[in-house]
Structures are given as structure tokens and as C-alpha cells.
Design a protein around this ligand. Structure first.
Ligand code: CA
Length: 237
């Protein structure tokens, strides 16, 4: 093994479409990752068990096993980040995948810069969670927006932004997961508890108020974007 292989992070790409798989492989290798591939669920489980990759890129539509079953299987004993690759218009699949423990999703067709940005975010969150990376950020900065989680203080440029307690909980939850999509259901359970109604009307009302306070143009938000039919994401910059 050449020394350039040391310290490279290993990504398992589970994808049955050969052309997509080789496109992703080439791009990730040139971004400095070691890439393993599996073309179906059975092979994916073998590769995962024998190589212990640091991240999984999972196509939900596999010929043998439903992608969600792979997520459930992996999550029984591993918190390795999983990014789901899904077709446009399959929002319920994405939500299901996220709720079963996928970390993020990317919609086909996607660009390589978007894919590598998602991968970096997922790896960074995994490093923090395992304690091997930097300690969890107490201060999250996105453009002119600063969320000081330790001090419970939000500023936009020079000005402090005043939120209700619920609004602040939502903003700080998104900030702690900056760059990642959080599903409506996940947010509702985190904010209002496990027995809250899954009707997201109250969440939408709070988000409208948050955006009025944060966004120059609430109809085209820069800081907290809607992932249609899935949830919300605080952008990284
Ligand atoms: Ca497929």
C-alpha cells in the first residue's frame, strides 16, 4: 500500500447503476477518499462488515433489498453516517430513510460539489459525536447570523434577535445540526416531546415567525431552507 493511502477516509458506495456508481467513485477518489462499491444489498452487508467504512452512500432502489432495510440493519450496531441517494419526487422515501437513521439525503441528479459538501458535513458530525474531532461548537456562525448556544443568544449582524422560547429551541436545534436536514417529525418530537401531534402546522407557524426575524426575504430564506416534503435545514454558509 502506498503511503498516500494512509489516513484516507473510506466510503462505501451502494449503487446498482454502474454508470452512476463509477461516476461517484471517480469523483470521490479524486477528492481524496478511498472508495468501496457494492451493487446490491447482500454485497453491501458483506462489504460493510468486512471493511468498516467511515461513511455509507446508499441508493434506496436496490435490486434485492430495500435500502431502508439496510439502514435498519446498520443502525442496530453502528452509527456510521449514511447518506441516502434518492430519485426526485420520492419525498416519503427520504423521510422514512431519515427517520430510520440516515443522516442526510441527496437527490438525483446531483453535482459532485454538492455531494462532497454533504459528505464533509456528515463526517464532521460523526467526528464530533464520537469525540474524536473538535468539541461540539458552542457558537454557530452562518453568514451574518451567530447562534451562541452556550449563552442562548442569537445575533444578526450587530443586532440581537429576540425569540420566544419555542422559536429559540427550533433555531438552536437546527444550529446544532447545521448543514443537515432535520425531518418535520424529528423536530416536532425534539421540541414538543414524543407525544406531540405529528401535524406540523404549529411548526410551520413558528418557522414563519423565525424567518420574519432572521431573513431579509422570508419567501426566499438564506439561513433556514425548506426541504420540500421532508423538513428544514440550516445552511452552512
Ligand atoms: Ca438503483
Amino acid at each position: 500500500m502506498s503511503s498516500s493511502n494512509y489516513n484516507k477516509r473510506t466510503i462505501l458506495v451502494i449503487e446498482d447503476d454502474k454508470s452512476i456508481s463509477s461516476f461517484i467513485c471517480t469523483a470521490l477518489q479524486s477528492s481524496g477518499y478511498t472508495v468501496l462499491t457494492a451493487a446490491d444489498g447482500v454485497q453491501a452487508r458483506q462489504m460493510f462488515a468486512s471493511h468498516g467504512p467511515e461513511l455509507i452512500l446508499l441508493d434506496l432502489g436496490l435490486p434485492d433489498i430495500d435500502g431502508v432495510e439496510i439502514i435498519k440493519g446498520v443502525r442496530e450496531w453502528s452509527s456510521v453516517p449514511i447518506i441516502v441517494v434518492s430519485a426526485r419526487g420520492r419525498e416519503t422515501d427520504k423521510v422514512e430513510a431519515l427517520d430510520f437513521g440516515a443522516d442526510d439525503y441527496i437527490t438525483k441528479p446531483f453535482g459532485i460539489s454538492e455531494l462532497t459538501a454533504r459528505i464533509r458535513t456528515a463526517l464532521r458530525h460523526a467526528d464530533r459525536a464520537s469525540g474524536s474531532g473538535a468539541p461540539a461548537d458552542d457558537i454557530v456562525t452562518v453568514g451574518d447570523l451567530t447562534i451562541d448556544i452556550g449563552k442562548r443568544r442569537v445575533t444578526l449582524g450587530e443586532n440581537e434577535v429576540r425569540f420566544t422560547a419555542i422559536e429559540y429551541k427550533i433555531v438552536s436545534l437546527l444550529a446544532k445540526n447545521v448543514g443537515r436536514v432535520l425531518t418535520y417529525d424529528y423536530i416536532i418530537k425534539e421540541i414538543w416531546g414524543p407525544y406531540a401531534s405529528s401535524d406540523n402546522q404549529i411548526l410551520r407557524v413558528n418557522m414563519a415567525n423565525i424567518r420574519r426575524k432572521l431573513e431579509e426575504n422570508p419567501a426566499e430564506p438564506r439561513y433556514i431552507v425548506t426541504e420540500l416534503g421532508v423538513g428544514y435545514r440550516m445552511m452552512e454558509k
